[in-house]
Write a protein that binds this ligand. Structure first.
Ligand code: ADP
Length: 499
């Protein structure tokens, strides 16, 4: 790994922020954990402690849920004018925009990702998300219902959409601020009150966002933020009897635990889980555009993306050419610390992830796969790995079947469109897929056959607040984004009056 001669200077506000021990946000106050305990968050580029954070536990979740319940029942948020609700969410977006550089730096430090990526993607997408849902706060409507089984005029029936109540939100570490925005923005627009638990690996931007929530003027108790571990704080939130709904993004394994935990009071559950997404390249694709597109589909965010294009299927005639092109791209990716202006790929988020991803690289090689590029750790300090392309794989290999959540792609050849849908669907997951071809008719015909929540054609990892995102099969329940997500945060009430 090359060392940079100069790295971006840390913003003094950021160095001041990481230097502190952070509290949790309950009922509009920053407080210590009831236990008094703290936990460290690490800089993945060095393995050194970045900040210490109040360690939320069951008792803190109880306090936060109580605050969220009180804020919900008083109507301080759910019953105010929807224009005021909209204005406040918009203000939060404005504040985030004013602090864009600070948030990008915090995200890069805590997660490891390239600062230039956090500046261009994570923070602007989070801002846009708040703006999009600020608009929805004034547009959540019901319907009037003409009866089918009674003469018209006998009954007047309509539906209304009401906020679901107190919402628990548990988010992962791959896009910490953006995932907070995906969860908070629609729930706020719908009028819910919230207890948010950020991932233990990356709590900093969610906590800083909590300060902006206060600055924007949200009533106390509307947004509560409890950092802590999944098995304690997360599990307590998912199981809490006074939480009406839990929204989770993370691994499929933990998603199943959430479902069990939620059974006690049958709270509503939405899940955005893992993936092993097929990325399909036909021999009539624009190869010049496909090679960088397919490389970015897997290597973006160090491959730590639930929808990463991790199973590459390439039509036989162009297999060697595309593999060679992607391998060359991978070899040129500059693996550096996030603050290095030349950084194309930062470290993985944690030592645990490093061991997991290197474990998969070794398992692939042991089962007979061959790395055309990469295949191991990068350097000895921090949690860096080499971007990796594996060929000579079989359908049974662990690297083909299991989610790696790192910059490792398997590439295999296919013969024709007739066999590719079955190959693409041969997975327990169904989050996303990519199709590369100049024949748009073929692309749409295949898109219809793929069991995945998102299909990208001649592009990949393209997100917009308007476009629903979520999974078929074991990739999840429900959809985030667009107007679809509002269903997650509202109850439908039918009202029927005899006339
Ligand atoms: P990963 O395995 O990639 O770290 P996880 O699914 O474990 O992803 O974590 C995603 C989020 O779920 C984090 O906020 C984590 O703290 C939380 N979490 C982990 N285990 C549990 C659990 N048993 N109950 C509730 N939340 C959990």
């Amino acid at each position: 790994m090359a060392t940079a001669t100069s790295v971006v200077q840390m913003d003094p506000k950021v160095s001041g922020y990481v230097g502190k021990t952070h509290k949790m946000l309950i009922n509009g106050k920053w407080v210590d954990a009831a236990s008094g305990k703290t936990f460290p968050t690490y800089n993945p580029a060095t393995g050194e402690v970045l900040s210490n954070i109040a360690e939320g536990d069951k008792e803190d979740i109880n306090r936060a849920v109580k605050a969220a319940r009180a804020a919900f029942e008083t109507g301080a948020w759910s019953k105010i004018s929807h224009s005021d609700r909209s204005r406040m969410i918009w203000k939060l977006a404005d504040l985030l925009e004013q602090h864009l550089e600070e948030f990008a730096q915090l995200e890069s430090l805590d997660n490891g990702k390239a600062l230039k990526v956090a500046r261009a993607a994570d923070v602007p997408l989070a801002i846009d998300h708040f703006r999009y849902y600020a608009g929805w706060a004034t547009k959540i409507e019901g319907n009037t219902i003409p009866f089918s089984g009674a003469p018209q005029g006998k009954f007047f029936a309509y539906t209304s959409r009401e906020p679901i109540g107190v919402v628990g939100q548990i988010i992962p570490w791959n896009f910490p601020l953006l995932m907070a925005a995906w969860k908070l923005a629609p729930a706020l627009a719908a009028g819910c009150t919230i207890v948010l638990k950020p991932a233990e690996q990356t709590p900093l931007t969610a906590l800083r966002l909590g300060e902006l929530v206060q600055e924007a003027g949200f009533p106390d108790g509307v947004v509560n933020i409890i950092p802590g571990y999944g098995e304690t704080a997360g599990a307590a939130l998912a199981a809490h009897d006074d939480v009406d709904k839990v929204a989770f993004t993370g691994s499929t394994e933990v998603g199943k635990l959430i479902v069990h935990a939620a059974a006690g009071n049958l709270k509503k559950v939405s899940l955005e889980l893992g993936g092993k997404s097929p990325n399909i390249v036909f021999d009539d694709a624009d190869v010049e555009a496909t090679i960088p597109g397919a490389a970015s589909a897997i290597f973006f965010n160090q491959g730590q993306t639930c929808c990463a294009g991790s199973r590459l299927f390439i039509q036989k005639d162009i297999f060697d050419k595309v593999v060679e092109g992607i391998s060359e791209k991978a070899s040129k990716i500059r693996v550096r610390q996030g603050f290095d202006p030349d950084c194309d790929m930062g470290p993985l988020v944690s030592e645990e992830q490093l061991n997991r991803v290197v474990g998969y690289m070794d398992s692939g090689k042991k089962e007979g796969a061959r790395a055309t590029v990469g295949g191991s750790r990068e350097g000895t300090k921090g949690y860096f790995v080499k971007p990796t392309v594996l060929v000579d794989t079989t359908d049974k290999m662990k690297v083909v079947r299991e989610e790696i959540f790192g910059p490792v792609v398997t590439a295999s050849p296919f013969n024709s469109i007739d066999e590719i849908a079955a190959k693409a669907n041969d997975t327990v997951y169904g989050l996303a897929a990519g199709i590369w071809t100049k024949d748009i008719k073929k692309a749409h015909a295949l898109a219809a056959k793929i069991k995945a929540g998102t299909v990208w054609i001649n592009c990949y990892n393209v997100f917009d607040a308007t476009m629903p995102f979520g999974g078929y099969k074991q990739s999840g329940w429900g959809r985030e984004m667009g107007h679809e997500v509002l269903k997650n945060y509202t109850e439908v009430k039918s009202v029927c009056a005899a006339l």
